[in-house]
Write a protein of this length. Structure first.
Length: 142
């Protein structure tokens, strides 16, 4: 399963925690993907996970010692039961926004150390492929 990273130029911390995900285009252990579809799959997966987290926060949960330790490290201990209403997210709109941001040059996509230049490029993804999203930072006053 390809491994996905997020970086921002000029920042030491990653944009998000690295993760891996299986794509639907596997053929004999080799996956091929058009970059447009790859971005769409990743965005839809992240929207689904966001919605799952929102739903889970609506329930009160018992805390384990590990939950307490992690919460103390973050500076916030949560036991669930959030009163914040669920935020609706349109997956298709999120995909369109991500594709437009790529076309506008707001971020780069690098697959196995090769920068992608077009949404229509087709790439072969191996099980150990590295997909990196690099957010570009605009300079003020430039």
């Amino acid at each position: 399963m390809p491994f996905i990273h997020g970086k921002s130029l000029g920042q030491k911390r990653p944009l998000f925690a690295d993760f891996s995900m299986s794509l639907q285009r596997a053929v004999e252990g080799v996956e091929t993907a058009v970059v447009r579809d790859l971005i769409a799959d990743i965005v839809r997966d992240q929207v689904r996970q966001f919605q799952d987290r929102q739903t889970q926060r609506q329930f009160l949960s018992a805390l384990t010692e590990r939950d307490l330790a992690e919460g103390m490290e973050r500076g916030k201990i949560e036991s669930g039961k959030s009163d914040v209403p669920l935020q609706p997210v349109d997956s298709d709109a999120a995909v369109e926004t991500a594709l437009l941001a790529f076309q506008d040059g707001l971020y780069l996509v690098v697959i196995d150390e090769v920068q992608v230049n077009s949404l229509d490029e087709c790439r072969v993804l191996k099980p150990d492929s590295q997909i990196t999203f690099v957010r570009l930072t605009l300079l003020a006053g430039g």
